[in-house]
Design a protein around this ligand. Structure first.
Ligand SMILES: Nc1ncnc2c1ncn2[C@@H]1O[C@H](COP(=O)(O)OP(=O)(O)OP(=O)(O)O)[C@@H](O)[C@H]1O
Ligand SMILES: [Mg+2]
Length: 366
């Protein structure tokens, strides 16, 4: 659910719509308020409208409808170079013919700063990303991760209040990407800047953000801090998109005292939290996280419902065991258990009882 625009927010999208062709809306009635100093991530599948939102905020695209405000002022009234927005894009587009120092100096020149000030700021920005020694090199003489850090330094060198980053780590290998995630997060904390970050990598979104806006088809499906998003998805799209999930399909048989009784298509009756279902007879997808499923009778929560399951596959992953089961006809029902000394390894062919607390089981739209 999109938050309502509030007056003390730093960035506000109010009822924003965007169409490129005058027919289809790629951003639909978007309401979003971002606080000063916040790290907000737009997360969503390809084509869901993330870059479009960032482009409108940067001033490279105009909204077809609605209003975008920055520090209380409608963005249409602020010329792009006065918006104080730093930007980092996926392909980091450093100017290839300029040295690193010249690349960083450029946004300062555009803003009319004198040479001494520029030199000082460039040095400080390079030190910040631990690239102080590299001022004289050209981009082609740097590794991908080093170029990425320079792009980051260039976006921050003129001390913007707001930094927009569109998939800035997309081109990096896993290890460097994780390193840069923490680096960006620490810079954000240290400098107190407001960051609007775009990614389609959900792990990246969860680890870096204060809040995550999950986009689909031009609409924010849910806007929440990472833990709320993961533990309390508000609809099936979010439950499927964030993290791994087991789904069982069924029909609502009763809703009483905040508990939905769901008759699974396979026949079992289970309890679940009714999230966005409200009628008896309604179809539902029940979702349960793999790490909330228990099979060890000694660890089974007292209020757990148990269901019969057949073990199909056991995968040893080092820190965890990942076991694939057939539960109520779903042959892709995954459970994850910590590799603890007293944890038993399940064997394919075994028939067991699995269970979970009703509050870990969410009845969502079908
Ligand atoms: N300049 C443009 N002209 C016409 N259509 C466009 C333009 N830019 C984007 N679109 C369309 O708008 C929709 C949203 O695109 P957008 O780039 O905002 O998606 P995205 O969420 O950033 O996706 P990705 O994760 O692939 O980068 C897509 O259907 C895209 O084809
Ligand atoms: Mg994009």
């Amino acid at each position: 659910m999109a938050a309502e625009a509030s007056d003390d927010a730093f960035v506000v999208f109010e009822r924003v719509q965007k169409s490129y062709d005058g027919e289809t809306l790629v951003v639909k009635d978007l309401n979003l308020s971002i606080g000063k100093g916040e790290f907000l991530t737009m997360l969503g599948p390809s084509g869901s409208g993330k870059t479009t939102c960032l482009m409108m905020l940067a001033g490279f695209e105009t909204a077809t409808h609605g209003d975008i405000r920055l520090g209380g002022v409608s963005i249409n009234n602020i010329p792009p170079h006065k918006r104080g927005i730093g930007m980092v894009f996926q392909n980091y587009a450093l100017f290839p013919h300029m040295t690193v120092a010249e690349n960083l100096s450029f946004p300062l020149e555009v803003r009319g700063m004198d040479k001494a000030t520029r030199e000082e700021k460039v040095k400080r920005a390079l030190d910040m990303v631990q690239m102080g020694e590299f001022g004289g090199r050209r981009p082609a003489q740097l590794s991908g991760g080093q170029q990425q850090r320079i792009a980051l330094a260039r976006a921050l060198v003129f001390e913007p209040e707001l930094v927009l980053m569109d998939e800035p780590l997309g081109a990096l290998d896993k290890q460097l990407r994780e390193h840069m995630q923490f680096e960006i997060k620490h810079l954000h904390e240290r400098l107190g800047i407001t960051v609007v970050y775009v990614t389609h990598d959900q792990t990246e979104a969860l680890t870096m953000s204060d809040r995550v806006a999950v986009f689909n088809d031009g609409v924010i499906q849910q806007l929440d801090p990472p833990d709320v998003l993961y533990e309390e998805p508000q609809n099936s799209f979010v439950a499927q998109f964030i993290g791994e999930n087991n789904t069982l399909e069924g029909t609502i048989e009763a809703i009483e005292n905040g508990i939905a009784r769901v008759r699974l298509d396979h026949g079992e009756l289970i309890d679940a939290v009714p999230v966005n279902v409200n009628k008896v007879g309604e179809r539902t997808r029940v979702s349960i996280r793999p790490e909330r499923v228990e099979y060890n009778p000694e660890r089974m929560p007292p209020d757990a419902h148990t269901v019969r399951a057949e073990v199909l596959e056991f995968i040893y992953m080092g820190d965890i065991y990942r076991t694939r089961l057939n539960v109520a006809g779903n042959e892709n029902f995954i459970i994850k258990t910590r590799n603890a000394p007293d944890q038993r390894r399940l064997k394919p062919g075994e028939v067991i009882e699995v269970g979970w607390r009703p509050q870990d089981c969410r009845a969502l739209d079908a």
